[in-house]
Design a protein around this ligand. Structure first.
Ligand code: CA
Length: 614
C-alpha cells in the first residue's frame, strides 16, 4: 500500500544561495506538560528544507527533522522535556556553513490548572447548535473583509449573512435562560472560498478563525464567558477534507497529502462499504478516497505527517479554547486507523473529555462499529465516546408521521431503541430532532405543534445528550424549501433591522412564545433531573399510538407518556406495575399539578405527559 508510506524523505543537501523566508510555523505555540511530549512543528517558507534548525533552551531538543518532496516545508519534531520552563525560545535556522539565515520566536505556555482533567459535556447537558453566520450579527464591521472572496449578501440564501462570534457572545443570556448548558457551533475557522463559505466546512486555515466570524481571541472570549454562565463549548472539527482554497493547495507538502489530487472523484457516500462482507474494492475506495464535493479536497490521513498535524490541531484548540467537546464531521470518511489514533490521542490527553462522531447512517450497526468499547469481528477499536444518533432521529420522525400499523408509527421508537444492545454505550450518544443538514423538525412533522412538543419531550427525556438547533424554540421551519440555505435561515432579531426579534419577543406569535416557554420549563427542570441524566430506561410496547417509558435511579423516577393520536387516550397503568405502586402521587413537571396514579390515566391528544413519581 503505497499510501501507507510517508512521502519521500530526502537526504539533507543544503545549498546556500536560495532565498529563505519563513512564512508559517504551525502550531503557532504550544504548552508544557502534555502527556505526549513530542511536538511537530510544520515550517513553511521558500527552500526551508535547506536549513537546519537549532534551539538552545533547557529541556527542549530537536528530536528529528523530516524533509518531504516539497523543499518549502520542514517538519521538525521537538521533545518538550519535563524540565522545560514555559517561556519564549528562539529557533535558529542555519545553512550548512553554520550561518543563521532566519529565526522564529516560539512560545511554550504553562497549562491552566487541571487542564488535562477538564470535564467534557455529558448527559446532564443540553446542547444548542448554532450556524454562526445565521444567528446574530454582533459586529457589522467584520461583515466584509478586504481580500476575502465571498462578500456579505443577506438576500442570498447561499451567501454570507454577517452573523459572528460577537453575536453569540451577546446572546449567551438568552441561551442560558432557555436552559441550555452547551453550545455546538458549526465551524468558524477560515473558509476563504469564493462562494457558499458561510457554512464553514471548507477550512482554508486550520489554526485561524475566519475574520468574518471574529478572531481566535474572540472565540476564546466566547468560551470563557459561556463557562461563566454554565455553558460549555463544543467545537465542530473536520479532518476528512479541507477547502479547495486552503493555503497549502497551491504548494502541497507531498504528493500524497490529499487523495487523488489530479483525477479526483466524488465519494459515493456508501458508508456500508467499510463493513460490507461483499463490498468490492472499487466501491470501498470510491467511498473512502473520494472527495466530499469538488471544493473539498480529501485529506490523506495515512500520511503520518498530516496525521500528526491534525491530531495536534485538535489538542491545540481544546487547550486554547478550554473546550468541553468536539463534534467530528464526516467521521467514517477519514482513514479509520487515523480516527482511532486521533480519538485515542485526544482522550489520552483529556480522559474526561467528550467527542461525538458524525456517521450519518440510519442503521445502528453501522454507528456501533466506531464506538469505544465495541467488540468488532475484525478487532478494530477506537476511543470515540459517542456518536450523533441519526437512527433515533429518523425513528422519531417516522413514529410521529406514519399511520399506525404492526410495524409503523410509534413502534419505530420502541424497535429502534431495542437495537441499543449493538452499542458499547448508547447513553453516550448525542440525540437530536434535527440539525443544520436536514429539514427543521417542525417541517418534518408537517408543522403540527402537538407532534412537535412530543418530539421535544422525547429528546429531552431519552437516554443520551440532547441537541437542539437554534430557532427550534420559536418553531423555525423550512416548509416548501428544504435547501440548506433555507434550513439555516437567519435567527429573527439577530440583525438590527429585523422586524421580528426573538430576543425581545417583538413580533413573535402566541404559538412561538408558548413553545419557547414549554422548552424553557422542560430544560430547566432537566438540569437537576438526575434520572434523565444517568438513570435507567425501561419502555413499554406502544398501545393505541401511546408510547410510555420510565427513567429512574435511586433518587427519582420519571414516567413519560407520548400520545400521538388525535384523541384523548385512556392509559392502563396496571401494565406498569413493575415500576408503579398503585396510589402513588405524581407531579406534572410542566403544569406543577399533582395527581394520584390508580389503574388508569387519561392523556390528552398530542400532549406529552412528564410525571415525576413521588
Ligand atoms: Ca458580522
Amino acid at each position: 500500500m503505497k499510501k501507507n508510506l510517508i512521502c519521500l524523505i530526502f537526504l539533507i543537501s543544503p545549498v546556500t544561495f536560495a532565498k529563505h523566508t519563513i512564512e508559517r510555523v504551525e502550531p503557532p505555540f504550544w504548552w508544557k506538560g502534555m502527556n505526549n511530549t513530542e511536538l511537530q512543528m510544520m515550517v513553511y517558507g521558500e527552500s526551508v528544507a535547506e536549513l537546519i534548525p537549532e534551539i538552545e533552551y533547557d529541556g527542549i531538543a530537536v528530536k528529528r527533522m523530516v524533509l518531504v518532496e516539497n523543499r518549502n516545508y520542514l517538519f521538525i519534531y521537538l521533545d518538550i522535556g519535563s524540565d522545560a520552563t514555559p517561556g519564549e525560545f528562539t529557533v535558529q535556522f542555519k545553512n550548512n556553513e553554520d550561518r543563521m539565515i532566519d529565526s522564529i520566536d516560539y512560545r511554550l505556555l504553562p497549562r491552566k490548572k487541571d487542564a488535562a482533567l477538564r470535564k467534557g459535556y455529558d448527559n446532564s447537558d443540553v446542547v444548542y447548535l448554532i450556524t454562526p453566520d445565521r444567528f446574530a450579527n454582533g459586529d457589522t464591521r467584520n461583515d466584509d473583509i478586504e481580500g476575502m472572496k465571498d462578500k456579505v449578501n443577506r438576500g442570498d440564501k447561499w451567501g454570507r449573512h454577517g452573523g459572528d462570534i460577537r453575536g453569540i457572545i451577546n446572546s449567551l443570556d438568552y441561551i442560558a435562560d432557555l436552559g441550555f448548558t452547551a453550545i455546538w457551533l458549526n465551524p468558524v475557522l477560515e473558509n476563504n472560498q469564493p462562494k457558499a463559505s458561510y457554512h464553514g466546512y471548507s477550512t482554508t486555515d486550520f489554526f485561524k478563525v475566519d475574520p468574518r466570524f471574529g478572531t481566535n481571541s474572540q472565540y476564546r472570549e466566547l468560551s470563557g464567558k459561556a463557562r461563566d454562565k454554565g455553558i460549555k463549548i463544543i467545537m465542530d472539527m473536520i479532518m476528512n477534507h479541507c477547502g479547495s482554497e486552503h493555503w497549502w493547495m497551491d504548494d502541497l507538502p507531498c504528493d500524497d497529502w490529499i487523495n487523488n489530487p489530479d483525477d479526483f472523484f466524488i465519494t459515493n457516500h456508501r458508508r456500508t462499504t467499510l463493513r460490507d462482507p461483499y463490498a468490492s474494492n472499487y466501491d470501498r475506495r470510491h467511498f473512502i478516497d473520494g472527495w466530499f464535493v469538488p471544493t473539498m479536497p480529501d485529506l490523506n490521513q495515512k500520511n503520518p505527517l498530516l496525521a500528526d498535524y491534525l491530531i495536534q490541531n485538535a489538542l491545540w484548540w481544546i487547550e486554547y479554547l478550554n473546550l468541553a467537546g468536539i463534534r467530528m464531521d464526516t467521521y467514517s470518511y477519514s482513514d479509520m486507523y487515523f480516527m482511532k489514533d486521533w480519538t485515542c490521542a485526544v482522550m489520552n490527553e483529556y480522559p474526561d473529555f467528550n467527542i461525538c462522531g458524525e456517521e450519518w447512517s440510519l442503521n445502528p450497526a453501522v454507528l456501533a462499529y466506531w464506538q469505544k468499547g465495541k467488540e468488532n469481528p475484525d478487532g478494530y477499536t477506537s476511543c470515540l465516546p459517542g456518536l450523533l444518533d441519526f437512527p433515533l432521529q429518523n425513528a422519531l420522525k417516522n413514529a410521529l408521521t406514519e399511520q399506525k400499523s404492526w410495524n409503523a408509527g410509534m413502534i419505530n421508537l420502541y424497535e429502534m431503541l431495542s437495537n441499543d444492545f449493538l452499542y458499547a454505550d448508547p447513553f453516550k450518544h448525542v440525540i437530536f430532532p434535527d440539525n443544520h443538514d436536514m429539514s427543521r423538525i417542525f417541517t418534518q412533522l408537517n408543522e403540527d405543534i402537538g407532534l412537535f412538543k412530543l418530539a421535544i419531550t422525547f429528546f429531552a427525556t431519552m437516554r443520551g445528550t440532547p441537541q437542539f438547533y437554534y430557532g427550534t424554540e420559536i418553531l423555525m421551519s423550512n416548509t416548501g424549501d428544504n435547501s440548506h440555505g433555507n434550513i439555516r435561515s437567519d435567527f429573527p432579531g439577530g440583525w438590527e433591522d429585523d422586524e421580528v426579534n426573538a430576543f425581545t419577543n417583538q413580533g413573535l406569535t402566541k404559538a412561538q412564545r408558548e413553545i419557547r416557554r414549554f422548552i424553557k420549563k422542560l430544560l430547566n427542570w432537566r438540569k437537576t433531573a438526575t434520572a434523565i441524566h444517568g438513570g435507567k430506561l425501561i419502555h413499554f410496547v406502544p398501545v393505541n399510538g401511546v408510547y410510555t417509558y420510565f427513567r429512574f435511579n435511586d433518587e427519582m423516577k420519571v414516567m413519560v407518556i407520548l400520545n400521538k393520536t388525535a384523541n384523548r387516550q385512556n392509559v392502563d397503568l396496571t401494565r406498569f406495575s413493575e415500576l408503579l405502586v398503585k396510589g402513588a402521587t405524581a407531579k406534572n413537571i410542566i403544569t406543577g399539578r399533582e395527581i394520584t396514579l390508580n389503574n388508569n390515566l387519561t392523556v390528552d391528544s398530542k400532549q406529552p405527559l412528564i410525571l415525576e413519581i413521588e
